[in-house]
Design a protein around this ligand. Structure first.
Ligand code: ADP
Length: 498
């Protein structure tokens, strides 16, 4: 069992240090080993221990701290942010005030319907309902901590409706993460970087009472974190863990790139497996259709607004091949097919939507210099630069502009139109599908309590974010991921601190 004394301890020093007055307690046991003193075992204590400092973990930590709890966050990487910081930060929510200005009809019922149907009706109705009902409140909660969103509401790729909110200041996924990190710091949340959770600790009744972790790096130390109230697992997905992802989906071999950060290896899944937790939809792994071939990541595009309304996709022959406002899985299949046929797929933008910086805050000029974005003054020049047969891209875009004018795309049935592609210079970015998001995960209820295989709550254990399953069904809508982490992260933090 945990926290027991080791017989090998020569010098036993039990020091109780108040790390934050009234909050975490550090208990350290040290042993002398001839010439050096090695810290053998250290125990820290807080009301709530959160594992993972992406959106879900940070939201949980801030929400627990708001409830008055002392909080320690364990993060195995040298920085916070996980996959969240790599995302575009796009947040889906019904926002009548903003949507009305653009004449967009929307409602929570429609958001629910899109999320359920877009996920092949496999989502858990109670979780989807919780998601849509708390989305706007979650967005305004981020705003209350200083995050500013764009005034214009867009439709993120694979979002199915114009209800996507882009972080503006700070921009992109970093906008959400840095806002939460600052809020956590202001609320005295203790974030331990390079500290990897390796085991969930339980008492004799099976209640989760803490976490065993080890420090990452050359001075590896094992540390135990005792939770007086609850543990939140927010370790994200397993898209970067080729072993674990091929265990559940053998097609996703190492050759397929990933948008994920290297730490997305499913550690939380492995830890919770040992507690008889139930997992669902583990084989459903979303492949993002529009990543960069060089890195597998999403960042690096030209467009400033991540909305699909002003983007077209063309294959190596310069032809459109899919309604760009389709679901992500439909887009992905089409991209695989046309990459196979023509070797390359480009996203095309014009100057009306490209600004000095893209939504990750990267300089478009820098990306052009690096050859990631291809820029040309005219469509004829762009065609040449992309080795597309003479006239094909020009014809494709003339046809597309006609479809925008008539609001009708008879060939591919695209429904979402905004501006024509007509103002030079023009931009092209090569795109490939990349393993993006593990939709399945541990089973939770609306209170974010983790359930075991018999359907019972595992006491003391909460989970939120990509590590969980059930919110997105068979396909996650673009922009619903960030909403998921904030809505359920907040609930997890609040409930874990009770
Ligand atoms: P989410 O979107 O669900 O918040 P993220 O990928 O953004 O997921 O964040 C998950 C975080 O959890 C990452 O920063 C990752 O490094 C961290 N993490 C994963 N496994 C562990 C672990 N064993 N111990 C501590 N942190 C972990």
């Amino acid at each position: 069992m945990i926290f027991k004394k080791k017989s090998t301890i020569i010098l036993l020093a039990l020091i109780i240090v108040l790390v934050i007055p009234g909050c975490q307690t550090k208990i350290s046991q040290e042993s002398s080993n001839e010439s050096q003193v090695v810290e053998k075992e250290t125990v820290y204590e807080a009301d709530v221990i959160v594992i993972g400092a992406g959106n879900a973990g940070l939201a949980a930590a801030v929400s627990a701290a708001e409830s008055g709890a002392s909080v320690i966050v364990l993060e195995k990487m040298p920085m916070v942010g996980g996959n969240s910081v790599r995302s575009g930060g796009v947040y889906n929510a019904v926002h009548p005030e903003k949507q009305k200005q653009q004449n967009i009809e929307d409602s929570e019922e429609l958001f629910y319907q899109h999320t359920m149907e877009g996920g092949d009706n496999k989502g858990n109705p109670a979780l989807v309902s919780t998601l849509v009902k708390n989305a706007l409140d979650g967005l305004q909660w981020l705003e209350s901590y200083g995050l500013k969103f764009e005034n214009t509401v867009t439709q993120a790729p694979g979002a199915l409706w114009v209800r996507s909110h882009q972080p503006k200041e700070p921009a992109g996924g970093n906008g959400v993460v840095s806002t939460l990190k600052k809020a956590a710091d202001d609320l005295n949340v203790d974030i331990r970087l390079e500290t990897k959770a390796i085991e969930l600790l339980t008492d004799d009744s099976g209640k989760v009472i803490g976490v065993k972790a080890e420090t990452v790096g050359k001075d590896k130390k094992e540390i135990e974190y005792k939770a007086k109230k609850g543990v939140v697992v927010a370790t994200g997905g397993f898209g970067a863990g080729v072993d674990i992802r091929t265990r559940y989906n053998p097609n996703l071999t190492a050759e397929i790139p990933t948008t994920n950060h290297p730490g997305a290896t499913g550690d939380g899944i492995v830890m919770m497996e040992k507690l008889n937790a139930e997992f669902i939809d583990m084989d459903i792994i979303q492949i993002h259709p529009l990543a960069l071939p060089s890195t597998g990541g999403l960042e690096g595009g030209a467009r400033y607004m991540a909305g699909i309304e002003n983007i077209i996709l063309v294959n190596g022959e310069g032809n459109r091949f899919i309604a760009e406002d389709a679901r992500r899985d439909t887009l992905t299949s089409a991209l695989f097919e046309h990459l196979k046929k023509t070797g390359v797929v480009y996203e095309i933008n014009d100057s009306q939507i490209v600004e000095e910086k893209n939504q990750w805050g990267q300089s478009v000029e820098d990306l052009i210099e690096k050859g990631i974005i291809i820029k040309a003054e005219t469509l004829a020049d762009l065609e040449k630069a992309l080795n597309i047969p003479d006239g094909n891209l020009q014809k494709t875009i003339a046809d597309y502009n006609l479809a925008v004018e008539n609001k009708k795309d008879s060939e591919l049935n695209r429904e979402l139109f905004d501006k024509k592609i007509e103002v030079g210079p023009f931009f092209a970015v090569s795109r490939v599908p990349s393993v993006h998001y593990t939709i399945g995960g541990v089973k939770i209820n609306e209170n974010t309590e983790v359930l075991d295989k018999e359907g019972n709550v595992i006491k003391g254990l909460f989970a939120a974010g990509e590590v969980t399953g059930g919110v997105h069904g068979g396909n996650r809508l673009g922009g619903n991921g960030v909403t998921d982490t904030i809505v359920f992260g907040r609930i997890a933090g609040k409930n874990a601190s009770k």
